[in-house]
Each structure stands twice: as structure tokens, then as C-alpha cells.
Design a protein around this ligand. Sequence first.
Ligand SMILES: Cc1cc2nc3c(=O)[nH]c(=O)nc-3n(C[C@H](O)[C@H](O)[C@H](O)COP(=O)(O)O)c2cc1C
Length: 138
Amino acid sequence: MNVLVIFESSRGRTKAMAEAICEGVKSEGVECEVIEAKKFSGLNNACALAVGSSTRMKRTLPQTRQVLAEMGKLNGLPAGAFGSYGWSGEAPDIISNELSGLGATLVNGQPVKAKDRPNPAALESCRELGRALASKCS
Ligand SMILES: Cc1cc2nc3c(=O)[nH]c(=O)nc-3n(C[C@H](O)[C@H](O)[C@H](O)COP(=O)(O)O)c2cc1C
């Protein structure tokens, strides 16, 4: 059983969030795998999922759109969305809506967003998301 965290990041900010989510997962004794969106090859029996992208031109980054298009039905899989942004921050909301549309059960009411480089509070919100995902895996 492991949590899968998929991210796409141009300057490493959303990547830092992905790594903090996995820290939270592992702190609960659950395994966690972080992968770049371009390396996505299926859910591989993940017990929960997080998907993150920064916002570019009010959209998610392209590989993340591809992952969401390929993912298939999620049948209640616990999931959450996240991402760094500069000013408007649409991508995490778009991801959240798409995950929900695919049938995921969102564990965080609101996606985790970090303006620019994630500060300690944003990283803690990421760890909290990771703990919430891990709690669905026992
Ligand atoms: C070409 C370009 C377009 C962007 N468009 C948006 C945007 O529409 N809304 C927004 O909130 N941030 C926008 N940003 C800001 C990025 O989302 C922000 O710099 C973010 O921290 C990058 O995170 P990353 O390192 O994970 O890619 C844009 C940045 C670039 C370079």
C-alpha cells in the first residue's frame, strides 16, 4: 500500500510541496512515491493520490493535463490537489475538480496552494494533506 504523489513544477516550488506531502505520509508509517507527471505510468494500486501543478496562464501545466486525461475512473480513491502559484492560482482548483469528476473522494475540502516558494506554513499544510491521505490507507 502506498500513496502516489504526482507533480509538475517548472522552478521546483510545487516539487517542494510534493516532497512535504510524502513526508506527512511517511510520518504515519505509510509508504509514499513522488513522481513527475511526465513519468506517470498508472496508479499501480495506490491507496491514495495527490496531484499538483503550478499555474501557467490560468491553467495546469501540460503534462498534468495529460495525466488527468489518462488516469481513468478513480472509484472513490482518496485524493487531494496542490500547487504553487504567482497571482491567480487556478491549477489546484482545476485539478481538484477533475479528480472529483473522475470519481475520487477529496480528502481536503480546499486544495493546498502556496504563493511562490512554499513557506513553512504551506509546507505544514502539505504534510497535513499527506497525513490525511495516509489515514485512508490502513
Ligand atoms: C509563463 C508563466 C505564466 C504564469 N501564469 C500564471 C497564472 O496565470 N496564474 C498564477 O497564479 N501564476 C502564474 N505563474 C506563476 C507560477 O505559477 C509561479 O511562479 C509558481 O510559483 C511556479 O511554481 P513551480 O516552480 O512549481 O512551477 C506563471 C509563471 C510563468 C513563468
